[in-house]
Write a protein that binds this ligand. Structure first.
Ligand code: PAN
Ligand code: ZN
Length: 194
């Protein structure tokens, strides 16, 4: 991460809604298939895809707004359309490290779904189109799925102090997976939870 400037004055940024590019931007991260192998349920499809290409799945851009006594962060994520086997491209998904940290996700482009699940397996999902905004309460893991045929872009607003934990989702995933069946997105029980 670049050095984060402390700035007590208002800051204005600009987001390109089609691509998720924003200006100014402090950090960018690309996730390719090799960095999220365990997240997809069809491991044979992961292996076969990796033999041909380390597919680009999504791109994250961040800008932290830091004042002397507050912090907020804005992130955009652009998920490419596509599937690994029958399962749609998605973000890795994570819990926040701090147990009192919520987040707001705002879908600006594309079609998809947001899944949320707490440590007891309490599960919720929301279908997304441009303009959908979801409040993710503290202690709910969150992941976005692109079920459309164009890039999906969303804006995330959270505190820098939230922190990210990927382990529990890496090992067991969410309770449901989003797959294409008869040309349509459906939510099926994740075999790891059966
Ligand atoms: C988002 C996510 C971003 C990428 O900024 O970090 O969409 O998803 P993964 O972190 O699951 O790869 C956020 O939820 N921040 O807290
Ligand atoms: Zn988060």
């Amino acid at each position: 991460m670049n050095t984060i400037p402390v700035n007590d004055n208002p800051v204005t940024v600009h987001i390109d809604l089609a691509s998720g590019e924003f200006n100014p931007c402090m950090e960018m991260q690309k996730r390719n298939l090799s960095s999220m192998v365990m997240m997809f349920s069809d491991q044979k499809a992961v292996e076969d895809t990796l033999k041909n290409e380390d597919r680009f799945i999504y791109q994250i851009r961040y800008y932290p707004f830091i004042t002397r006594n507050s912090d907020m962060s804005l992130g955009t994520t652009m998920i490419m359309p596509g599937k690994i086997g029958n399962e749609y491209h998605m973000t890795k998904g994570h819990f926040h490290e701090a147990d009192n940290q919520p987040e707001i996700y705002h879908c600006v482009t594309g079609e998809g779904a947001l899944q949320m699940m707490d440590l007891n397996g309490e599960y919720h999902s929301a279908v997304w189109t441009p303009g959908t905004i979801t409040h993710i309460p503290p202690q709910f893991a969150h992941r976005v799925i692109n079920t459309g045929t164009t890039p999906l872009v969303f804006v995330a607003s959270f505190h820098v102090a939230a922190g990210h934990i990927y382990g529990p989702i890496e090992s067991k995933g969410f309770k449901y997976i989003w797959v294409e069946k008869d040309g349509k997105p459906v939510e099926l029980l994740n075999p790891k939870w059966a």
